[in-house]
Design a protein around this ligand. Structure first.
Ligand code: NI
Length: 164
């Protein structure tokens, strides 16, 4: 396992569309492991493959609900409600902004064994799923921020600012 370099805003790879994964090769397994390690190292709750420079439809999420979610080729099937709150991104370091997302989301995706499954999320999990699926389409949360992007001080950062 290795920590990979996180691409930051301004890097054009973040604006590109990711391609579907056809099969989970040993190389992709390694990528998934590295993505978790990279995410934990930066205290993030989600990471998309494009953020480490790989244009594949792969997302990892850990919102500390006891699960390590791997989303391969995720598709949003249903959303409902809305939540408005602060959001951050590991590719936009030191910043935070208010974004409105669905309160509930249902997706289908493949897991690391390429088994199709459905996942329902509410609250933070729903927010993380939407944020990461946006990454796969080359979209960044900064385009959806209501009001101004704010600076996050290192102190606030340690208190658990949500970064994806
Ligand atoms: Ni992000």
């Amino acid at each position: 396992m290795a920590i990979r370099k996180i691409r930051t805003i301004g890097d054009e790879i973040l604006r590109k569309h990711c391609k579907p994964v056809k099969e989970v090769t040993p190389r992709i397994n390694e990528l998934i492991e590295d993505m978790f390690e990279t995410m934990y190292d930066s205290n993030g709750v989600g990471l998309a493959a494009s953020q480490v420079g790989v244009l594949k439809q792969i997302v990892v999420i850990d919102v500390e609900d006891g699960n390590q979610y791997v989303l391969i080729n995720p598709e949003i099937m249903e959303t409902s409600g809305s939540q408005t709150g602060p959001e951050g991104c590991l590719s936009v370091p030191g910043k935070s902004g208010t974004v409105t997302r669905p309160e509930y989301v249902k997706i289908k995706a493949y897991d690391a064994d390429m088994k199709l499954y459905e996942l329902e999320g509410e609250g933070l999990l729903a927010r993380a799923i939407c944020h990461e699926c946006d990454h796969l389409n080359g979209d960044l949360y900064v385009d959806k921020v209501e009001g101004e992007l704010e600076d996050v001080t290192p102190d606030e950062d340690e208190e658990g600012e949500v970064e994806e």
